[in-house]
Design a protein. Structure first.
Length: 148
């Protein structure tokens, strides 16, 4: 039993995956709180950001850009489509689904920007440092985890 407890302490102290998941949950909660009055969750906001980058994007490309599996992305898109923020249509060949922000989606995204800016500002101040190296490091973690 003592061996398991020691292993658990060692893992908790050194596991990059656990540290990133804990940080991700805490940061997500901060952004969710900031965005709450907009009706968006941070996961939905990130989908709107992805769609603002690439209007009329196929599901697979959007999933890749957001580092999400297609099932999770489809689940995140459903309420955005239901609420009229995102539209879905078939591509020319009919086999590919394309997604785009609607006019309402663009306005919602614009209205959510100040809330995102407030959360971002808070996190930058709380970290009391230039967050660019952290952001670059996290981007490198994505690349490394994907085996590139």
């Amino acid at each position: 039993m003592e061996t398991l407890e020691r292993a658990a302490r060692d893992i908790e102290a050194s596991c990059l995956g656990m540290a990133l998941r804990k940080a991700s949950r805490a940061v997500t909660q901060r952004y969710d709180e900031a965005l709450a009055h907009t009706g968006l969750r941070s996961t939905q906001f990130s989908v709107l950001v992805g769609l603002a980058h690439a209007p009329e994007v196929p599901l697979s490309r959007l999933a890749e850009a957001l580092v999400m599996d297609r099932t999770t992305l489809t689940r995140n898109l459903a309420p955005l489509i239901r609420d009229g923020l995102v539209e879905e249509r078939a591509a020319a060949d009919g086999r590919v689904r394309l997604f785009a922000l609607t006019r309402k989606g663009k306005k919602t995204f614009e209205r959510a920007l100040p809330a995102w800016e407030a959360a971002q500002s808070y996190m930058v101040r709380a970290l009391a440092e230039d967050v660019a190296p952290l952001t670059r490091g996290l981007s490198l973690a994505v690349i490394a985890a994907r085996g590139a």
